[in-house]
Ligand binder design. Structure first.
Ligand code: DX5
Ligand code: ZN
Length: 216
C-alpha cells in the first residue's frame, strides 16, 4: 500500500467550507483530517459536532477525527453519530486508554492514539496490538502552520520497530508541519499517513499539492 494523504480542514476556508470539501473530494487525497479542540487540552478552540455533520453530508472520503479534548471518552458515540470513521484520542488525555480504545472499536470506528512531541513511543508497548493507528504529533497540538519538530524522525523509527516487534497492524500517521520538503523523508522512515493543513490550503493550487504529497 502506498501512503495516504489527509488534508487538515483546520486550514480550510470556513466561510466556504463546501468548496474546500469538494476540492478534497475531487483530489487524490484519501481522508479528511478534522481537528477538534476544546480550549482546555490545547490553547485553542476549533469546531465541533455540527461542523463534522455538515462535512459528512458532502464528503466522499473517510473522516479522520483527531480529538484534542480532555476526557475524550465522554463523546465517543457522539463523534460516531456525527460521521467519524477514524477516531484518535490523545495518550495524555486518557486515563483509561485501553477501555476508550475498545469503546471506539465497538462503535465501529478505527481507533488511534495520538502522542504529543514529548511523549515517548514506548508508553504504547502494552496497547500497540489493539490500535489501528498511531498519530505522532510533529508540532505541539493546537494550531496549524507551525514548524515541524525534527525529533519526529527518531520517533517514527522507534514506533516502526515497536510495530514490527509486536506484529501490530497499526499505521503511522504524522501531523503538523508536513511540507513538500519533508514528506518523502517521513514516508521513507515509515509514515503511512501524512496530514497537511497549511501546505495544502495556503497553496494557490491545493489539488496539485495533494498530488505531490501522494507521490512523495
Ligand atoms: C494541530 C493539528 C493539525 C494541524 C496541522 O494541532 O492537529 O492537524 O491542522 O496543520 P499544518 O499542516 O498547517 O501544520
Ligand atoms: Zn490533527
Amino acid at each position: 500500500m502506498g501512503h495516504l494523504v489527509a488534508p487538515s480542514m483546520l486550514s480550510a476556508n470556513f466561510g466556504n467550507l463546501q468548496s474546500d470539501v469538494e476540492l478534497v473530494n475531487n483530489s487524490n487525497a484519501d481522508w479528511f483530517h478534522l481537528d477538534i479542540m476544546d480550549g482546555v487540552f490545547v490553547p485553542n478552540i476549533s469546531f465541533g459536532i455540527p461542523i463534522i455533520k455538515a462535512i459528512k453530508a458532502i464528503a466522499k472520503k473517510p473522516l479522520d477525527v483527531h480529538l484534542m479534548i480532555v476526557q475524550p471518552e465522554r463523546y465517543i458515540r457522539e463523534f460516531k453519530n456525527a460521521g467519524a470513521d477514524i477516531l484518535t484520542i490523545h495518550y495524555e488525555a486518557s486515563t483509561h486508554l485501553h477501555r476508550s480504545i475498545s469503546e471506539i472499536k465497538n462503535e465501529g470506528m478505527k481507533a488511534g492514539v495520538v502522542l504529543n512531541p514529548h511523549t515517548p513511543v514506548n508508553v504504547l508497548e502494552d496497547i500497540i496490538s489493539d490500535l489501528d493507528l498511531v498519530l505522532i504529533m510533529s508540532v505541539n497540538p493546537g494550531f496549524g502552520g507551525q514548524m515541524f519538530i525534527q525529533n519526529t524522525y527518531n520517533k517514527i523509527s522507534k514506533l516502526k520497530d515497536l510495530i514490527t516487534k509486536t506484529n501490530s497492524k497499526a499505521l503511522i500517521e504524522i501531523d503538523g508541519g508536513v511540507t513538500l520538503e519533508n514528506a518523502s523523508m517521513l514516508v521513507n522512515r515509515g509514515a503511512d499517513i501524512l496530514v497537511a493543513g497549511n501546505t495544502v490550503f495556503r497553496s494557490p493550487n491545493p489539488i496539485s499539492i495533494i498530488q505531490k504529497l501522494k507521490q512523495a
